[in-house]
Design a protein around this ligand. Structure first.
Ligand SMILES: [Zn+2]
Length: 282
């Protein structure tokens, strides 16, 4: 599933390829991709509108239109946003097609492709955002977009109980972290996934906040992580390369690159996999 670095990479692609262009026409294949507001609202909201900015909060992509409307795109499990020349063969599961105004003599389409159809494209008036997209108001701080520090993280963890990993995955605590980056962050600070939050010192929480910012930034620089079981690619169809830097995620059974003394273990916890080094992470 695309996490903050992958979604940020797509946002940067939208910024360079789509911002400043007008959406001339819209075609929607599968209604499920626009289930929240429906086909007519998406076609009506997008057609003739110019894209003014591409923003991101956590895993949510947000496009501001010159009409005052907001577009929200969530990739969920397998969504992709691609910009291709008009006439290029569309991949299977292309559910939303937006024809973009010409730029430098080039004509392009923006595609929303989503084999598993958990992803969404939503268009709403800016006055209705809280009503249509209530989850945006409940998101925790985005470690890249917002001010983020050990103090902020400590504040977000205050009053919460239980193991640290599910809290890192909780989008109300911190926005944008999923399974890959939670495992990598916990390895960098040498914490086992099930360490309880009340056992963490202020120093450890500070180190955790630093590792979150560092790892997400490093992953963005490498265009995110593309794994065999995911279809994540950037807007030009290019894979990320941060998977080559993973120390635990996807490395079960391989030697730990940090201690060199044991192999990475993978456990299933509440239906999700967790990869860690039993020697480095306590
Ligand atoms: Zn180790």
């Amino acid at each position: 599933m695309p996490e903050l670095p992958e979604v940020e990479t797509v946002r940067r692609g939208l910024e360079s390829h789509v911002v400043g262009r007008t959406i001339e026409s819209v075609h929607i294949g599968r209604e499920r991709s626009v289930r929240r507001v429906g086909r007519e609202a998406v076609i009506h909201g997008l057609t003739g509108a110019k894209v003014m900015a591409a923003r991101r909060r956590g895993k949510y992509l947000l496009l501001d239109l010159d009409t005052g409307d907001l577009v929200m795109i969530h990739l969920r499990m397998s969504g992709r946003v691609l910009v291709e020349p008009i006439g290029a063969p569309r991949p299977p599961h292309t559910h939303v097609v937006c024809r973009l105004s010409e730029r430098n003599g080039q004509h392009h389409e923006m595609w929303f492709v989503d084999p598993r159809t958990f992803g969404e494209v939503v268009v709403c008036e800016s006055d209705d955002v809280s009503q249509v997209l209530p989850e945006l108001d409940r998101l925790g701080p985005d470690p890249i977009v917002d001010d983020f520090s050990g103090e902020v993280l400590k504040d977000r963890l205050n009053g919460r109980r239980g193991a640290i990993k599910p809290l890192l995955l909780n989008q109300h605590v911190v926005a944008g972290i999923g399974n890959i980056y939670a495992d990598e962050v916990l390895h960098r600070v040498r914490l086992r996934w099930n360490r309880t939050v009340d056992s963490l010192s202020t120093k450890t929480i500070n180190a955790l906040a630093t590792a979150i910012t560092e790892i997400l930034t490093e992953a963005i620089e490498r265009g995110g992580s593309t794994l065999e079981d995911t279809q994540y690619v950037d807007i030009d169809g290019k894979s990320g390369s941060f998977q080559d830097m993973h120390r635990v995620y996807g490395r079960e059974g391989l030697g730990c690159l940090t201690c060199g003394k044991t192999t990475i273990r993978r456990e299933m916890v509440a239906g999700r996999s967790t990869s860690y080094c039993p020697r480095c992470q306590k």
